[in-house]
Design a binder for this molecule. Sequence first.
Ligand SMILES: Nc1ncnc2c1ncn2[C@@H]1O[C@H](COP(=O)(O)OP(=O)(O)OP(=O)(O)O)[C@@H](O)[C@H]1O
Length: 375
Amino acid sequence: MNISINGSVLEGGGQILRNSVTLSALSGKAIHIHQIRNGRKPPGLKNQHRTGLQLAAEIASAKLTGATNGSTEIEFTPGALKTPGDFVADSVTAGSTTLLLQIALPLLLFASQPSKTPSRLTLKGGTNATHAPQIDYTENVFLPFVRRFFGIRTELQVNRRGYYPKGGGEVLFSVTPLSQCLKSFGLLERGNVRCIKGIAHFAKLPGHIGPSMVDGAKKLLSVRLAEDSSSSIPIEIQSRRERNDNTVGAGSGVVLWAELEGGGIIGGSAVGTKGIDASLLGEKAAQDLLRGLDAGGCVDEWLEDQIIIFMALAEGDSAILCGKGELQLHTRTAIWVAEQLTEARFNTEQLESGHTIIRCKGIGYRPSASSDIPC
Ligand SMILES: Nc1ncnc2c1ncn2[C@@H]1O[C@H](COP(=O)(O)OP(=O)(O)OP(=O)(O)O)[C@@H](O)[C@H]1O
């Protein structure tokens, strides 16, 4: 019988769908998801979600029903995971390529073990949108983190940026299948900030936009770091103008990240909107980063939810120190989904300092055909 997943629980967004389908494909358990994206207006599948479902169905040889735009109900019956290969998904609009990666990455890691041949995943759509990781965040925050702590090896190449609303971007991921279970990890010491880096990107806009975004971000960061007597922290933000003939629409954005002595990474970002002052955009990204740094965790509020699925699949006990205050709704939702579809168990501990530690006993996932994979 299908496992029923209520898509309106907690955050009620697309992440429930992505994590549920990925875990269904890995566990071989058929699922029925209803009330999809009930927490969003309008609810139901958008291009990006439908494309992600179709991509997962292809990789997992699954039977998929109900995956049309606007649909609030789907059924996903997984088959065998494909061997590493070439996969292409196109969300047609500016639908986020990085959210397509969220659904596909765990599947490609476990594609037909043991094999050292990487899968090539070409994702088309938006690369720098709001309410999703910008591709520069995925490249400089998410991927380095999962490489360092879970042993996940990927290469990323941005062939073309795709800005909202036209999209048209293209990114290529090369994903090396794991030759062992995902590693568990403990990261409870934040340490000082080693350096702050960033990218201010733009296309089809006047040339001064890039340096203005950089100045806006640097000014605010310098003032704040000086107040905290941390003015010796190096800040390196690049201005990157995209070639006009290699971008469909105009757009801009800033992604910043702070590398911590303990190995954690904190990101902050902002996406340009029509008419916004470039320097202000840089400041907004800096404010986002400072908010993440002030929270005092080893990961920012976004990375927090994006690593939950890997903690669930990893072998044994993982622990991560998160920022002060309540856990993000996205994080609590990811935990809920992982516990519905796997035997992984999470618990959270609120410290006197206000920080939260998430602990997880992961399942040490291996595909059933590959019980010889060491953990
Ligand atoms: N500024 C950001 N930086 C990094 N990651 C982000 C940022 N904003 C959102 N995300 C990530 O994007 C994902 C969004 O999940 P959500 O459930 O909101 O998806 P969704 O409903 O598909 O989104 P949408 O309604 O925008 O299509 C989460 O994993 C979240 O961590």
